[in-house]
Design a protein around this ligand. Structure first.
Ligand code: ATP
Ligand code: HMH
Length: 265
């Protein structure tokens, strides 16, 4: 069985972060492992508190994983401080990790800030150059490129700029503001649009975590990047279309929609 690792924060409500990542990896047929960067006290309405792992303990989790079950792909999500980012970069280089998907998580769907200001610079310096692909939404692509994005042309300009600056592929997600569910993949000097059918579902907690983990799962299974993105979009469309409705805010998706009998009661 192929294996994947998520390095991310825990979401106590189970719809985003580590929990979404592990459900997604499992549903996509790979063995899921985790290194927890932070605990969040969170539900569908917001984040009330964050307790960070120490850099030393995060390093110990990564040592334990890489010296035993080597991951075929790694997904990086919420990493709130510069010190944690430095440890992750050091360990990924030491163990020669491959198929690294970086989701530059900055703000939760609920609006809570998940990345400290000093960490943005460390993320760009330490982690982006190691990424096989980076998956910013529009606000994150604006921060990483310093550009304002209002349309598809803006998404292309920002994705091209970020890809060239950090030498990695960039999947700019349209989900939030522009172009509905159409995402742009910029790699090796060329852009390709992945068109998604917009699903009328207000429950989008954890969509970014889920998409990046599905891409990592497909890379772990040996699909190339284009095929991995295509399959990940199909998976997230299925999870959104299952119309799970839990909680008082923007609720989670049904990650197990394809499991026989899932959520029928
Ligand atoms: N209503 C929708 N219908 C279909 N696809 C969607 C919808 N909303 C988002 N997506 C898709 O889900 C994926 C994740 O995109 P999104 O922009 O929501 O991520 P994100 O902003 O990083 O998520 P998060 O809020 O978890 O941080 C993208 O492929 C996007 O196109
Ligand atoms: C722990 C965690 N990571 C990422 C996100 C982004 O959706 C979130 N809400 N919570």
């Amino acid at each position: 069985m192929k294996t994947a690792l998520t390095i991310a924060g825990s979401d106590s409500s189970g719809g985003a972060g580590i929990q979404a990542d592990m459900k997604t990896m499992t549903a996509n047929g790979v063995y899921a492992m985790s290194a927890v960067t932070a605990l969040t006290a969170q539900n569908t309405t917001g984040v009330t508190d964050i307790l960070e792992s120490t850099p030393h303990f995060l390093g110990e989790q990564l040592d334990a994983i890489f010296t035993d079950i080597f991951p075929d792909a790694v997904k990086i999500g919420m990493v709130s401080s510069a010190d944690l980012i430095v440890v992750i970069a050091e360990k990924l280089k030491q163990y020669k990790a491959k198929n690294i998907v970086v989701d530059p998580v900055m703000v939760a769907t609920s609006g809570a800030k998940l990345l400290r200001d000093d960490a943005v610079e460390a993320l760009c310096r330490e982690l982006l150059p190691l990424a096989a692909v980076l998956t910013p939404n529009i606000p994150e692509a604006e921060i990483l490129s310093g550009m304002t994005i209002t349309d598809a042309t803006g998404m292309e300009a920002a994705a091209k700029y970020i890809s060239e600056k950090y030498g990695c592929a960039v999947l700019c997600k349209g989900g939030h503001k522009v172009n509905d569910a159409d995402d742009l993949l910029w790699r090796n000097g060329f852009g390709k649009w992945f068109h998604g059918k917009r699903i009328d579902n207000p429950n989008t907690h954890g969509t970014g975590c889920t998409l990046s983990s599905a891409i990592a799962s497909n890379l772990a299974k040996g699909y190339d990047l284009d095929e991995s993105v295509e399959r990940a979009k199909e998976y997230i469309s299925g999870a959104l279309a299952a119309m799970l409705d839990l909680g008082h805010g923007s609720g989670p998706m049904n990650h197990m929609f394809a499991l026989k009998g899932a959520f029928t009661e």
